[in-house]
Ligand binder design. Structure first.
Ligand SMILES: [Zn+2]
Length: 350
């Protein structure tokens, strides 16, 4: 117990670097994986792991935890760097070429995970802005829904490939990324701890008798800032900026925003400051957004996800994702295709 430290920060100091922990389960023949802190500024997962370890409860099967960006998280001010300056984003390194320190680490982790044959993998993050919890998956079957329902009521199905750990393991075992809420949201740490506790204790992991409703959202469109453009967050246009986004944009995550909703203010290049791409690489800016009197508006009903309000993350990763809401709002053609959103019943499916 002393080896764990009193606080998550002491725990990280003792780990000192990327760490692979095996907590023996009642059944040593099976394992489940819990990955966290791939981003150094997302503390809920490691706080949950520390609290769970300190509770000293034996898991149902071996729990294998990988804690990624330990030094990044410890760099002062603690939990403030997603990745260190001059280093790659670790959760974009889980695909070839595995170059640099982060690439080599990602490669080693994948080799270990593939040798392990785990029952499931959960990679736990915080969103950088405010958000309710949700899961992300590349394959929305019953196991992924069951894993997500330990933490959240929304599951996002994406075909986008960014080099995240989830993508690399999709053929190995049921895998989800969990965003347990924003760093500043009051409940994020509790969501992470409750979900991890249940994940470690459940046996079997995918029980059929505990159906929980989950909303599935398909095919988010990634909206980036154009290279070299400048973004600010405020309650009105900031001079010299190519784009000012509403400072409270993250508060509108998952809400269906109507056409005409003001999202922000545009600079001299208008909506050219934005680059919206779907998983097929198609440019969708003109379909999603409109410009009027210098303002950036929703051109159609939209739901925003993964909204950051940190200009560094906005420039280095993306601004937010967009999904097109419920089939009823779309034309019959889309509705026949299954639309963009549906409900999944956890535990009842195949
Ligand atoms: Zn993250």
């Amino acid at each position: 117990m002393a080896a764990l430290g009193q606080t998550p920060e002491q725990f990280l100091e003792r780990l000192a670097g990327p760490s692979w922990l095996v907590i023996p389960g009642r059944d040593r023949g099976r394992s489940r994986v819990f990955v966290t802190l791939l981003h150094g500024n997302e503390p809920s997962g490691v706080r949950a792991l520390h609290a769970w370890l300190r509770a000293g409860v034996r898991p149902a099967v071996d729990l294998v935890a990988f804690v990624g960006s330990v030094q990044t998280a410890l760099t002062l001010p603690q939990f403030s760097h997603r990745n260190l300056p001059g280093h790659r984003d670790l959760n974009r390194c889980f695909r070839s070429p595995f170059v640099g320190a982060e690439g080599r680490l990602a490669h080693e982790v994948l080799e270990r995970l593939r040798a392990l044959h785990p029952e499931a993998l959960i990679d736990l993050h915080n969103t950088s802005g405010s958000s309710p919890p949700y899961g992300i998956t590349t394959c929305a079957d019953a196991p992924q829904a069951a894993l997500t329902s330990l933490f959240a009521q929304h599951l996002i199905l994406t075909r986008m490939r960014l080099g995240a750990i989830m993508e690399a393991l999709e053929d190995e075992c049921p895998t989800v990324t969990i965003e347990c809420g924003g760093v500043s949201n009051a409940h994020s740490d509790a969501v992470a701890l409750e979900g991890l506790t249940e994940y470690a204790a459940a046996d079997p992991l995918f029980a059929k008798d505990q159906a929980r409703p989950l909303t599935l959202l398909r095919d988010p469109i990634r909206v980036e800032l154009r290279k070299g453009a400048q973004v600010a967050y405020a309650s009105g246009a900031v001079p010299e900026m190519d784009l000012t986004l509403a400072a409270d944009l993250d508060e509108r995550c998952f809400a269906v925003l109507p056409p005409g909703e003001v999202l922000g203010w545009l600079g001299p290049v208008g909506t050219d400051a934005l680059d919206a791409r779907d998983a097929q690489g198609r440019e969708r800016t003109g379909e999603l957004f409109a410009a009027r009197d210098g303002r950036l508006l929703a051109a159609r009903p939209l739901q925003l996800l993964m909204v950051t309000t940190d200009p560094r993350i906005a420039r280095g990763d993306c601004l937010f994702y967009v999904v097109l809401p419920e089939p009823e709002a779309l034309d019959a053609e889309n509705a026949r295709d299954g639309g963009t959103q549906s409900a999944l019943e956890v535990g009842g499916g195949a």
